[in-house]
Ligand binder design. Structure first.
Ligand SMILES: *[C@@H]1O[C@H](CO)[C@@H](O)[C@H](O)[C@H]1NC(C)=O
Ligand SMILES: *[C@@H]1O[C@H](CO)[C@@H](O)[C@H](O)[C@H]1NC(C)=O
Ligand SMILES: *[C@@H]1O[C@H](CO)[C@@H](O)[C@H](O)[C@H]1NC(C)=O
Ligand SMILES: *[C@@H]1O[C@H](CO)[C@@H](O)[C@H](O)[C@H]1NC(C)=O
Ligand SMILES: *[C@@H]1O[C@H](CO)[C@@H](O)[C@H](O)[C@H]1NC(C)=O
Ligand SMILES: *[C@@H]1O[C@H](CO)[C@@H](O)[C@H](O)[C@H]1NC(C)=O
Ligand SMILES: *[C@@H]1O[C@H](CO)[C@@H](O)[C@H](O)[C@H]1NC(C)=O
Ligand SMILES: *[C@@H]1O[C@H](CO)[C@@H](O)[C@H](O)[C@H]1NC(C)=O
Length: 300
């Protein structure tokens, strides 16, 4: 037995504002974010707000919006709709809309991994040499959903703590650039770095570090205890480049920035039911004639 997804889909021209953002005010529309080729989504700048498109008054997140965003990570394409729950967290230093349902959804941009850029999991690279020239290193495959102690410490000698290290050997005459794009590892856990020359561990924080070949090797060490907070982990970009070519941000060359999503409009349940003469069973799953219309814009 299989179900036929019965959305009636219209593809329309996105609403593009001067700042490159796209906005929607209807719960019957969805943004469809996608990456070119084999890219994977890993960052989304989207906000729910009050007011009208072009005149928003308060920006924030609702639990459903946060969940939708996190669910998009590492997919090639995904959809995000206007959440129907309340804003619990504002992002523009105002609390005047917490507890309110948003009117609009504003999508500024999203980022994807570039084609051919590998994403490695820290948990799988520990104890081995990173001999790759460039890549994206994420703490665990579910990033940015919280990690568990057991993601890293299954074979630990101690049951209560473990330490995992990933080591990069630097290429002679190359600059090694490492950018920490996101990090959320808090006490009692820690992520520190040190070099072969200077083994004093230093906390890893957001931003870019550049090393010349005299450092010989860079180690990233993740220490965890059973009392782990289970934070979201980290996402790091790294690149080996011939000296003099170091970028300010190692992620820039490894990722692509996207604007202007496809907007999918689905007919509401009410309409679908009406059209079929009130066949109530279909209400939750929408009707099933599988029609797809592609965007016919009025010719003008
Ligand atoms: C959505 O925006 C359109 C055009 O800006 C407007 O005509 C419409 O009334 C808005 N709908 C809602 C539910 O605010
Ligand atoms: C979103 O866009 C991608 C790429 O164009 C497409 O493969 C996918 O089917 C779309 N998703 C939906 C729900 O239409
Ligand atoms: C999202 O994009 C807007 C417009 O470019 C910018 O002002 C804002 O800082 C961005 N937010 C994040 C979290 O990057
Ligand atoms: C859209 O993403 C789905 C999985 O989320 C994938 O199966 C599908 O191939 C993607 N579409 C394209 C055009 O890559
Ligand atoms: C990692 O590479 C270094 C230098 O090439 C080598 O000395 C070391 O034995 C390697 N370690 C492992 C675990 O492969
Ligand atoms: C992490 O654990 C290792 C091994 O137990 C230890 O040598 C190191 O000092 C610890 N690092 C920090 C920052 O606590
Ligand atoms: C770190 O992750 C925890 C758990 O997901 C979350 O509560 C906290 O707000 C995050 N902190 C930052 C700075 O993102
Ligand atoms: C829709 O789903 C809800 C919960 O899953 C159920 O209680 C309700 O009876 C369903 N309505 C119809 C018309 O199938």
């Amino acid at each position: 037995m299989f179900w036929i997804l019965a959305l009636i889909v219209f593809l329309t021209a996105p609403i593009l504002a001067a700042d490159g953002s796209s906005c929607m005010n209807s719960s019957k529309s969805r943004f469809n974010l996608s990456c070119s080729d084999d890219g994977k989504i890993f960052d989304i700048n989207v906000t729910a707000a009050l007011g009208n498109c072009g005149q928003s008054t308060c920006n924030g997140n609702t639990p459903h919006l946060i969940m939708q965003k996190l669910s998009c990570y590492w997919k090639n394409n995904c959809t995000i709709d206007l959440p129907n729950d309340i804003i619990v967290q504002t992002t523009d230093n105002s609390d005047k809309c917490t507890g309110t349902k948003p009117d609009i959804l504003v999508l500024y941009s999203w980022k994807c991994t570039s084609e051919s850029v590998q994403v490695y999991d820290f948990q799988e690279k520990t104890g081995s040499n990173m001999s790759f020239d460039r890549g994206i290193l994420r703490s665990h495959s579910r990033f940015p959903w919280d990690y568990f102690f057991s993601d890293f410490c299954t074979n630990s000698k101690s049951f209560s703590s473990c330490s995992r290290t990933v080591k990069f050997w630097l290429k002679p005459k190359y600059t090694f650039v490492i950018t920490v794009h996101k990090i959320n590892v808090t006490e009692p856990d820690s992520l520190t770095w040190y070099t072969k020359q200077d083994t004093t561990p230093r906390p890893v924080s957001m931003g870019t570090m550049t090393f010349d070949d005299s450092a010989e090797a860079i180690s990233l060490q993740l220490n965890l205890t059973e009392d782990s907070n289970g934070d979201s982990g980290f996402l790091i970009c790294y690149q080996s480049l011939s000296i003099g070519n170091a970028p300010k941000d190692a992620c820039t060359d490894l990722t692509t920035l996207h604007f202007n999503p496809q907007i999918l409009k689905s007919r509401g349940d009410k309409d679908a039911t009406k059209r079929k003469g009130g066949k109530k069973k279909g209400k939750n799953k929408t009707e099933t004639n599988g029609k797809q219309k592609s965007g016919k814009k009025p010719k003008g």
